[in-house]
Design a protein around this ligand. Sequence first.
Ligand code: 5RP
Length: 219
Amino acid sequence: MNRPLLQVALDHLDTPGALESARLLGPEVDVLEVGTLLCYAEGVRAVQAVRACWPDHILLADLKAADAGGVAAELVYSAGATWMTVICSAPVPTMEAALKVARTYGADRDVQVELYGDWTFDHAQQWLDIGLTQAVYHRGRDAQAAGKGWDEADLQKINRLVEMGLVVSVTGGLTPQDLSQFRGIPVKAFIAGRSLYGAKDPVAAAQEFSREIRAGWGA
Ligand code: 5RP
């Protein structure tokens, strides 16, 4: 089982703040994410700015695109993104259009489906049928604030998605202490935002995540 990647979600509301967090955390993480909130606040220019400082990292633009997949994809891949997200409720043609553009930028470019709210395993099969291979299993920020924890039902759904052939990342208010619950699952990446960039010592927080990943999945 591969060691899961560590991904920081830069959910800042301004590019300078995101770049400062990336300066601290870039050396500690495998994937830099221009978070949805930063995309709202600063748009594709934030993707360009992070890419200019970090030419070699996997760079995710967390658009959670719902429509105009091809246009959205063109915007972020031309700005240097490696991956982008579409929302699970997007129509399949939107996902297909985004994936088609991704492939024109290189075989390493990819589209991830963000799982929120209502989706089914039949939908997941449709995503696989059009060539999508990555999903992000998400505990939403608002669901967390309303008291939603990680539970057995989450683990069962993640396992079923993996059995179907999807490569699954996990996110949503994660702390290093949460990671041991996912042991035994071949998670692609653990994605953390506030508990990394919002930590008193972001570097130490990232190193704690990495220690938990190594403890659970090996070096
Ligand atoms: C919110 C997101 C966040 O980027 C993701 O949940 C990680 O952030 P945090 O660890 O702060 O919850 O996609 O929609």
